[in-house]
Design a protein around this ligand. Structure first.
Ligand code: ZN
Length: 172
C-alpha cells in the first residue's frame, strides 16, 4: 500500500530523516503518520487495501476522515470486509473519500449509499454559499443520515456549508 511516508517508516513507525523533515515542515501531520502505520499493518493481511493509495487523514470531532487516491473508493466499496477492518482498527467512525474528488462527488460519497436527488447552491445575502442537498423522503433515509456529522465532515473537508432537506417524489 502507498502512504505519504516511505514503506520502511510505515512498517516500523519510526521516521527516517526524509519523512521527519516532511513532518517538521508540515507537509504531513502526526495523524497522517499514525494512519499510514495502521493502514500498512492492515494491508499486510488485506489484498484489497494493499493495492490502494492512502493520501491524507483529517479529524472531525472525533471522527476520522481518510482520503485515498483517485479510483480507490470503488475498489474499497467492493470489499465490505476491508471497510469493516478499517473501522475496527481505528475504533471510531471512519469516513472515506478520494483526495481529488469534486464537491459533487464528495456530497455523493458522504451520503452513500443514499442517492441525492438534487444539489442547489444558495447564495446568502452576506455573500456566503450554502449547498442545499435534497434527499428522498423516507424513514430509512432520515434514520440513516447523521446530519450533524455529515455537516461537520463536509466543513472539515472542503469548508462546505450544507443544508439537508427531504422531499417526497411522486413516482409515475
Ligand atoms: Zn521514511
Amino acid at each position: 500500500m502507498k502512504t505519504p511516508i516511505c514503506n520502511f517508516c510505515a512498517k516500523t513507525g519510526v521516521l527516517c530523516p526524509e519523512d521527519s523533515r516532511k513532518l517538521k515542515s508540515g507537509q504531513i501531520t502526526d495523524l497522517d503518520v499514525e494512519c499510514s502505520v495502521k493502514l500498512s499493518k492492515l494491508a499486510e493481511k488485506d489484498k484489497v487495501l494493499d493495492k490502494l493509495t492512502f493520501v491524507k487523514a483529517l479529524e472531525s470531532d472525533g471522527d476520522l476522515i481518510l482520503l485515498f487516491g483517485g479510483g480507490n473508493l470503488k475498489v474499497l466499496r467492493s470489499s465490505q470486509e476491508t471497510l469493516k477492518k478499517i473501522n475496527e482498527a481505528f475504533g471510531r467512525r471512519v469516513w472515506v473519500f478520494e483526495a481529488d474528488a469534486s464537491e459533487r462527488k464528495l456530497l455523493e460519497e458522504v451520503f452513500y449509499p443514499i442517492r441525492i436527488l438534487t444539489v442547489n447552491v444558495v447564495w446568502l445575502p452576506d455573500g456566503s454559499k450554502l449547498t442545499k442537498v435534497i434527499l428522498p423522503y423516507s424513514r430509512r433515509v432520515i434514520e440513516q443520515v447523521d446530519e450533524n456529522a455529515v455537516k461537520r465532515v463536509l466543513k472539515t473537508l472542503k469548508g462546505i456549508d450544507v443544508m439537508i432537506e427531504y422531499e417526497r417524489r411522486q413516482t409515475v
